[in-house]
Design a protein around this ligand. Structure first.
Ligand SMILES: Nc1ncnc2c1ncn2[C@@H]1O[C@H](COP(=O)(O)OP(=O)(O)OP(=O)(O)O)[C@@H](O)[C@H]1O
Ligand SMILES: [Mg+2]
Length: 307
């Protein structure tokens, strides 16, 4: 089971949109996907058609528990109307979580330990983070196999990116076992504007291979999709914004096959070889090799440490 936290200390850069759109594609590919909304504003929860009142359990119930069992975890999950796409909704009470958890030991590992209890239930878990560095974000980062850092292609957002990279450094120093593997995802790119082009080249110059090779374009269909409470791949899969996120998904799967092959389910690895309606990103020679090797690895008995 892979875990992708989508995080940035800057607000409005496309975090919730990234989670909803990747989850939409995974659902379309018939994979099992759990989204966890850790933002007290609950934007993702309402994007998927829920609100605090309409569900019995939410993420607060998980964090507030003295002991987290598999049964409790499963109770906090709500099924969406889309087969295979489940959610742990957020609630306003999450805003008090830093206060609630203060003084407890091992606060940063609550979510990663809890996710280990349901490791067999999903192909991918996607976590939407609030734009604030606190216990909710730290838990999401620690639990991740790969972290996505959406960064709007404009100058103010670059400051948020610097802050996020500094956070990874601080956290790595605090925990020498931690390995924060992240990918910067340029979002809301408008090729007609100088600001977009300049900030994209700044990102590529300063963060080099950490930046995804493509970018998510501006697409007004995302607003329509959240208004309709339907992820864009389920509403208009051929929209250019949706297509760009499919490209991101294939990059992520190839990345995980390389770095965490034992956490990639065979069903997810197959995403790389599918080319739905001829519209999905083509399988490159390189990724074909990676898939073959990694699927082989899944059947080789594990002898060394690591994943
Ligand atoms: N590629 C895009 N093109 C056009 N609009 C977009 C795009 N991505 C996101 N948006 C819009 O930008 C707004 C902010 O996006 P989103 O809510 O995903 O950001 P966020 O980082 O989660 O914000 P917050 O920090 O407030 O949680 C939304 O109205 C969304 O529909
Ligand atoms: Mg959000």
């Amino acid at each position: 089971m892979l875990v992708w936290a989508v995080a940035s200390q800057k607000g409005g850069v496309g975090k919730t949109t990234t989670v909803a759109t990747l989850a939409g594609w995974l659902q379309r590919e018939h994979l099992r996907v759990l989204v966890i909304d850790t933002d007290p504003h609950a934007s993702l929860t309402s994007y998927l058609g829920f609100d605090e009142e309409s569900v019995d359990f939410n993420l607060f119930d998980l964090y507030a528990a003295d002991v987290i069992t598999r049964e409790l975890f499963l109770k906090c999950i709500t099924k969406s109307q889309h087969q295979g796409l489940d959610i742990i909704p957020a609630a306003m009470t999450l805003a008090t979580i830093d206060r609630q958890l203060s003084g407890r030991q091992g606060v940063g590992r609550i979510l990663s330990k809890a996710l280990a209890l349901i490791d067999d239930c999903y192909d991918v878990v996607l976590i939407d983070c609030p734009p604030v560095l606190g216990a909710l974000m730290v838990n999401a980062l620690v639990a991740s196999t790969t972290i996505l850092v959406p960064t709007q292609t404009e100058f103010l957002a670059l400051k948020g990116l610097q802050g996020m990279v500094r956070t990874f450094d601080i956290m790595s120093q605090a925990d020498s076992n931690a390995d924060f593997d992240y990918i910067i995802v340029p979002t809301m790119f408008d090729k007609r504007t100088r600001a977009s082009n300049h900030s994209l080249s700044y990102m590529r110059t300063h963060y080099q291979s950490k930046v995804w090779g493509e970018c998510i374009p501006i697409d007004t269909m995302f607003r329509e999709s959240s208004a309709q409470r339907l992820p864009l791949p389920l509403m208009a899969p051929s929209a250019r914004g949706a297509q760009a996120y499919y490209g991101l998904l294939t990059t992520l799967v190839a990345h995980e096959l390389k770095h965490h092959p034992r956490k990639v389910s065979p069903a997810l690895a197959a995403v790389l070889s599918s080319d739905e309606d001829g519209s999905a990103a083509a399988l490159t020679h390189h990724s074909a090799e990676v898939v073959t090797q990694s699927v082989k690895n899944m059947f080789v008995p594990h002898t060394e440490g690591g994943y």
